[in-house]
Ligand binder design. Structure first.
Ligand SMILES: N[C@@H](CCC(=O)N[C@@H](CS)C(=O)NCC(=O)O)C(=O)O
Length: 292
C-alpha cells in the first residue's frame, strides 16, 4: 500500500475514533419538567461520567429563543440532544436514544409515552393556568407573570436580530401565543375562556391520576418492572411537576399534595409508585434542589 493511502487511512480512523468518543450533548434546564426524563435516564442507565455532557439553556431568561438555539431545535424546547451527528428535538426521541445506546439495558418504552405527552395532560400548563380571579391575582403577582414577561421580552429582542430571519414564522406565532397569556395576566384581555380551559385541564389530569393511572400501574415497582424503564422516566418527571405545583415535597408522602386537586385520596398504586421513585438515588440526584 502506498504511503499516501496509509496516511489517509490512519487519518480517517483517527477521525472516527475521535467522533466515537465525542460526548453526547444534552440541553436541559433545572426547572424544566421534561428535561428531568432524560436526566433520570442518564442516572438509571449508569452512563459513565462525561459520556453525556449537559448544557444549560435558561428557560426563565428565554435563552431557548435565541436564533442559535433555534438552529439546533427549531421548536425551541428542552430537552434536546445532539449525538452521533444527529439532533433529537423532543423528550421521547431524546430519552429513547439514551435507552438504546446505554450498555445497561432497561425495559423499552410503550404507547404510554405518547399518551403522557398528549396536550391534554401537559404538565407545563398547570404552572401558568388560572381558574378564577384569586388564581389570576396570584399568578400576576408572582412567578408566572415574571416568566411569561421574560419570555415575551426575549422573543421580541431575538426576533429583531439578523440571524432571526429564517425563524420569522416561529417568532410571530410565539409572540402572539405568549402575548395572549401576558395580556390576561396584565388585565388587558378577558380571562373567561382561559378560566374555562384551565378548569378543564386540571379536571383531565385529576381524572387520569384517579382512574387511568392506577389501571395502568403495577401493584409495586415500575411500569418497566422491578426497576424503572423507559416509560417510567417520562411518568416520574410528569408526576414530579404536578406534585410540585401543589406544594408537595420530595418525600414518600409528597404525592398526597395532589389531593388538593383530586379531592379524593390518591389511589394506593399511585402512592406506591411515587414511593418507589423517591427512594432511588437517580431521583434524589435529579431532584436534589427540590421537585420541579
Ligand atoms: N412535546 C415536547 C414538549 C417539551 C417542552 O414543552 N419542553 C419545555 C420545558 S419542560 C420547553 O422547552 N418549553 C419552552 C417553550 O415551549 O418555550 C417534548 O416532549 O419535547
Amino acid at each position: 500500500m502506498s504511503k499516501v493511502w496509509r496516511t489517509s487511512i490512519d487519518r480517517f480512523s483517527q477521525l472516527l475514533r475521535r467522533r466515537r468518543h465525542q460526548p453526547a450533548v444534552l440541553y436541559v434546564f433545572g426547572l424544566s419538567v421534561w428535561s428531568a426524563a432524560p436526566e433520570l435516564a442518564v442516572e438509571e442507565l449508569e452512563y459513565p461520567e462525561g459520556a453525556v455532557e449537559k448544557k444549560i439553556v435558561n428557560l426563565v431568561e428565554g435563552e431557548n429563543f435565541t436564533p442559535e438555539f433555534l438552529a439546533v431545535n427549531p421548536k425551541a424546547t428542552l430537552p434536546t440532544l445532539q449525538a452521533d451527528g444527529e439532533v433529537f428535538t423532543d423528550t421521547a426521541s431524546v430519552t429513547h436514544w439514551l435507552v438504546k445506546h446505554a450498555s445497561k439495558k432497561v425495559t423499552t418504552g410503550t404507547a404510554f409515552i405518547t399518551k403522557i405527552h398528549e396536550d391534554k395532560y401537559d404538565p407545563n400548563f398547570p404552572l401558568l393556568l388560572v381558574r378564577n380571579d384569586d388564581e389570576l391575582k396570584a399568578a400576576a403577582d408572582g412567578f408566572p407573570k415574571l416568566f411569561v414577561q421574560n419570555r415575551q421580552n426575549a422573543l421580541e429582542k431575538h426576533s429583531k436580530t439578523e440571524k432571526a430571519a429564517p425563524f420569522k414564522q416561529f417568532y410571530e406565532e410565539k409572540i402572539a401565543g405568549n402575548g395572549g397569556v401576558l395580556a390576561i395576566y396584565k388585565g388587558e384581555a378577558s380571562p373567561d375562556d382561559f378560566y374555562k380551559q384551565s378548569e378543564t385541564h386540571w379536571k383531565t389530569i385529576s381524572d387520569f391520576i384517579l382512574n387511568e393511572l392506577p389501571a395502568t400501574l403495577p401493584e409495586s415497582g415500575f411500569l418497566g418492572g422491578a426497576t424503572p424503564g423507559e416509560d417510567d422516566f417520562h411518568l416520574g418527571a410528569w408526576l414530579a411537576r404536578l406534585v410540585h405545583v401543589n406544594g408537595g415535597k420530595n418525600d414518600k408522602e409528597g404525592i398526597k399534595a395532589l389531593e388538593k386537586e383530586t379531592k379524593q385520596p390518591i389511589p394506593p398504586k399511585v402512592v406506591a409508585y411515587w414511593g418507589a421513585w423517591t427512594e432511588r438515588p437517580s431521583w434524589n440526584k435529579v431532584y436534589v434542589d427540590g421537585l420541579h
